[in-house]
Design a protein around this ligand. Structure first.
Ligand SMILES: CC(C)(COP(=O)(O)OP(=O)(O)OC[C@H]1O[C@@H](n2cnc3c(N)ncnc32)[C@H](O)[C@@H]1OP(=O)(O)O)[C@@H](O)C(=O)NCCC(=O)NCCS
Length: 217
């Protein structure tokens, strides 16, 4: 998968439906739901960004995301709680290394919905999509050392802890040690076989699978 193919896919990310969640493109109209959690210190404690100061900031951020979807710089889905249609977080890829056919996954969940397996449910859909549709060989996820809940999410999704990258990132006030977890396509297929972790909905009226098969494989 090369960069232009990835750009094309994430310009209109397909909607992925799991048991309780819908993963869909973020919209500017999500700003109030997003601000509800992105304003909290407890959410950003182990992230590279700081709490959003106000709803306008979140709205502007989501406006910039719309451009980044088109230019191939943003690969996250909004995570929606299907029962009430509320945006409760994000999950997706933070980056790709196309030369080595790998992606890096990430997620953030509103604390009001924590501890009930939302992040693993969303991450499994993203891993499934990454291996079975993007045909990645490796998906990794990094966390700031100490974020044990996040490491637990990775391990629940069969990602293996590979070690600590010492002083790897300069975040906020200093250098942070970073934990690295990853799963390979072969491991994923061996563990889960033909099990699928999402159902696909059409994105923007386009039959994504058809486009995918015809143009890229
Ligand atoms: C980390 C985060 C994604 C977890 O999401 P979630 O939907 O609550 O995930 P889960 O429901 O699977 O619960 C987290 C798991 O970690 C465990 N856990 C929670 N706090 C923990 C801690 N301090 N130490 C070890 N494990 C912990 C929970 O017990 C649970 O595991 P279990 O199901 O085996 O009991 C969420 O807290 C979050 O969004 N945090 C802020 C953003 C963030 O840090 N993102 C990750 C960046 S790498």
């Amino acid at each position: 998968m090369n960069k232009s193919q990835l750009t094309r896919i994430f310009a209109k990310p397909p909607e992925l439906q799991t048991r309780r969640l819908l993963l869909r493109k973020l919209a500017v109209s999500d700003f109030a739901d997003m601000y509800e959690y992105s304003r909290l210190e407890e959410v950003t404690r182990y992230l590279v960004w700081n709490p959003h100061p106000d709803e306008e900031y979140t709205e502007r951020y989501l406006e910039s995301v719309q451009t980044q979807y088109k230019t191939g710089e943003f690969f996250d889905w909004g995570v929606v709680w299907r029962d009430n249609g509320k945006l409760i977080g994000t999950c997706g890829f933070t980056s790709f290394d196309t030369a080595h056919n790998r992606g890096e996954a990430g997620y953030v969940i509103n604390p009001a919905y924590r501890g009930i397996g939302v992040a693993p449910e969303a991450l499994m859909a993203v891993l499934d999509f990454g291996f079975n549709e993007l045909r990645l060989n490796r998906i990794e996820a990094k966390y700031i050392f100490g974020n044990d809940a996040s490491r637990r999410v990775m391990e629940k999704c069969s990602m293996t802890f590979e070690g600590v990258l010492r002083g790897y990132m300069h975040i906020k006030h200093g250098y942070s040690d970073i934990g690295m977890c990853a799963v390979l396509a072969d491991d994923f297929k061996r563990i889960y076989g033909t099990a699928r972790f999402y159902e696909r909905k059409q994105a923007g009226g386009i039959n994504f699978l058809k486009v995918f098969e015809k143009d890229w494989f």
